[in-house]
Design a protein around this ligand. Structure first.
Ligand code: FES
Length: 99
């Protein structure tokens, strides 16, 4: 049976959801169940920029390049649409990045 991981959203009103290993977050998270908004879902628009705490694989070079442009001072910044879920994670809004 596939392993399930918990995706939680501390500091928001949204309840944690579960995801199978390696599932795409952008298919799971909607405006109803998460504070994360998506645009392109392919890692180029930056709409889904969030802070992520958890033991998941590091960004690929393309994502890393975007993160350096969008959130150079945030070591935990990630593009939610590019995450590979291999652990329980916490997703928070990046301080100051949202209006
Ligand atoms: S939705 Fe565009 S970068 Fe993630």
């Amino acid at each position: 049976m596939a392993e399930l991981y918990k995706i939680s959203f501390p500091g928001s009103k949204f309840v944690p959801i579960t995801s199978e290993c390696h599932q795409s977050l952008s298919e799971h998270l909607t405006i109803q169940n998460s504070p994360v908004l998506f645009g392109c879902r392919t890692g180029i628009c930056g709409t889904c920029l969030v802070e992520v705490i958890g033991d998941i694989p590091p960004p690929q070079p393309e994502e890393q390049e975007m993160l350096e442009t969008l959130a150079a001072n945030h070591p935990h910044a990630r593009l939610a649409c590019q995450l590979d879920i291999t652990d329980n994670i916490e997703i928070r809004r990046l301080e100051g990045e949202f209006g």
